[in-house]
Write a protein that binds this ligand. Sequence first.
Ligand SMILES: Cc1ncc(C[n+]2csc(CCOP(=O)(O)OP(=O)(O)O)c2C)c(N)n1
Length: 635
Amino acid sequence: MNDYNQGELLKNINFPEDLKKLSKDKLPQLCDEVREYIIEVLAKNPGHLGSSLGTVELTVALHYVFDVPNDSLIWDVGHQAYSHKVLTGRKDDFQTIRKLNGISGFPKTSESKYDCFGTGHSSTSISAALGMAIADKLKGNKNNEHIAVIGDGSMTGGMAFEALNHAGDTDANLLIILNDNGISIDKKVGAMSEYFTAITTSATYNRIKNKIWNMLGGNTPSYSKHKTLVSRSTFALKSMFSGKSNFFEALRIRYFGPIIGDNVLSLIKTFEDLKKINGPKILHIITKKGKGMKEAEENPTTYHAPGYFNPKTGEIEKGNLKESTPTKFQDVFGETLVELAKVNDKIVGITPAMLSGCSMNKLMEVFPERTFDVGIAEQHAVTLSAAMAAKGLIPFCNIYSSFMQRAYDQVIHDVALQNLPVIICLDRAGLVGEDGATHHGMFDLSFLRLVPNLTIFAPLNEIELRNILYTAQKNIHSPLVIRYPRGRGYLNEWRKDFEEIEIGKGEKIRDGKDIAILSLGTIGNNALIAAKELSEEGIEVSIYNMRFLKPMDTSLLEEVLNGFKNIITIEDGVEIGGFGSAVAEYAIDKKYKNNIYRIGLKDNFVEQGSIQELQKLCRLDPHSLVLKVKEIISK
Ligand SMILES: Cc1ncc(C[n+]2csc(CCOP(=O)(O)OP(=O)(O)O)c2C)c(N)n1
C-alpha cells in the first residue's frame, strides 16, 4: 500500500470531516491531488477513468457542503464515484479497486456507510434518492437533503423519467445533479441530449427561465391545474413543444443552471444556496469527461475504461498481445454482422448505449442508417426490435446479459408471446470479471429458459458464434437468443466460410468411457482442458457440447443417459433453473436414475476479480473440474 504519491493535502484527508476542516482556498489544490491520485492508481489498475476525472470538483464540493450519510448521496451507475471513495475512508483501499477481495468499482452499501445506495446499472439514482427523501419525511427528518448525481447518458434511461414524473408531484427534498459531459460511453444519442445542448447554449432560454418559473407559480406544492402525474407529463411535453418552458420545470422540478461543474468554489456557493431551497430541484452542471488528462479529454470513448496506460503520457499500453491473439467475441460479432448485412439488406442492428462495447460501431460505420443506438433504454431496444421484426426486418438486438434483466417483460410480452423473429445477442454473458456483482451475466440462462418460443444458443467458440449469426439471418421464424462471454476467444482463425447450424443439435466433442460432461457455451473449453489432464492419469471423459439450452438435443441427451452412470453438467450461470436443471428435469421426467452432478454458480452474488480468479473461486476452472471428476469416479 501507499506506493502512490497522495499529495500534501490528500495524505491527511481520510473522511469528509477532514475535508470540511480545510479552508476553501485549499480546495482547488486538493482537487488536483485527488485527480492525480486517481490517474496514478488507474494507470496500473484499470477502471473507469474518464467519468471519475470529470467529477472530482463535484465530489469535493458535495462533501464540503453536505453531511453524508445524513444527507443521502446517490451516484447513478457509480462509475464516476472514485473520488467519493477516496474521500470517504477508502483512500488506501482505492489501490485495490475492482480487484479480487478489493473494493468494488461501484458504490456498495456493505462497503461503506457513505455509499448510501448500491448502483452499477444506470438510471436508478433519482428513484433511490426520492425514496429516501420520502422515507426521511415520514420519519420526521425534515432537513436532510437527498442528492442524485446522474449523467446526461443515464438520463436517457426510462426509469429516470419515471422518477422525475413522480418527483415533481412531491415536495420531497431532492436535489438532482445532472452531470452533463455531453457524452455517454459513445457519442450522445437522442432528442433529450439535443435538448440539453439547446438549454445549455441558449441565452434566451436562460434569460426567460426564471420568469417562466415564477409565472408557473414556482415551487408551491398546491397547484390544482396540473395535479395528476399523467397530466403533469402532458403539460411538460406541451411546454417543451411550445418552447415556453423547461422540461424539468414543466414537471415542477425547479431547474438551476447550467453552470460550470469543474469550479469547486462556485459549486460550493451554489450548493450552499440550494441547501436553503426545499422541494425537488435539479442543478445542471457542465463537466468534462476525462478532465485533467489530455488524451482522455480528447478521446472520451476510449478513455471511459482504457485499461493499462502510462500515467504521464496517457498512452494506452497494448500489453503483450501478439498478432495471433484470438479476437474478442464482441469483435467476431461486430465483424460478422457487417459481413452478413452486406448481403442481407433486411438486417438491422439495435443497441442500448453499448455501441462500441458490443462492437456494433462496426455496423454503424458501414450502414449508419441500419444501426440504432437508442440510449440506455434496454426495454425500448427490445420492443423496437420486436416491431421491426413484425415489419419483416431482421433485427440483431445486442444487450449485455446483465442489462437484459431490465427488459425481461419486453422479451416475454413483445417478442416471445408474438413469436417475433428477433435475434437477441447477449454479450458479456457469464462472469465478466472486474465489474463485479452488478455486471455478471449469470442469470440469463435461468430466466430465459422458462419463456416459451425462445431458442437459446451458447457457442463453444468464435466459429460457432459466427455460424449461428449466419444461421439466424438465413432462416429465422421465431426469436433466438445467442449468449456469449466477454473477452477473447479460443481460436486464432475464425474467418472461415459460413456453415449453417442445425437448430436444437448438440455435438459430442470428445470421446471417453468413464464419465460424461455436458457443457453449454464457452465454459466447455475448460472441460476440454480438464479432460486432457485426466486422460494423462488414465481417466477418459466424454464431452458433449450441447449448444442449445432450448430446444435441448434430447436424442443426444438420451445417448448420454443410456451410456453413462455419472454425468456432470457445467455452465457459467446460476445452477438454479439453468442448463444443469434442464438436464436433470429431463432425466427425472423420463425416469432415469443416473447420477447427475450440476456445476455452475451457487446461490449467491459473485464479487469482482479477474475472470480466471472468479472461475477458480466458483470452481468452474479446469483444475476444479479435474478434482470433481476424480471425486465422483472414486465413489
Ligand atoms: C442499465 C445499464 N445499461 C448500460 C450500462 C452501461 N453504462 C455504464 S456507464 C454508461 C454511460 C453513462 O453515461 P453518463 O451517465 O453520461 O455518464 P458518463 O459516463 O458520461 O460520466 C453506460 C451506458 C449500465 N451501467 N446500466
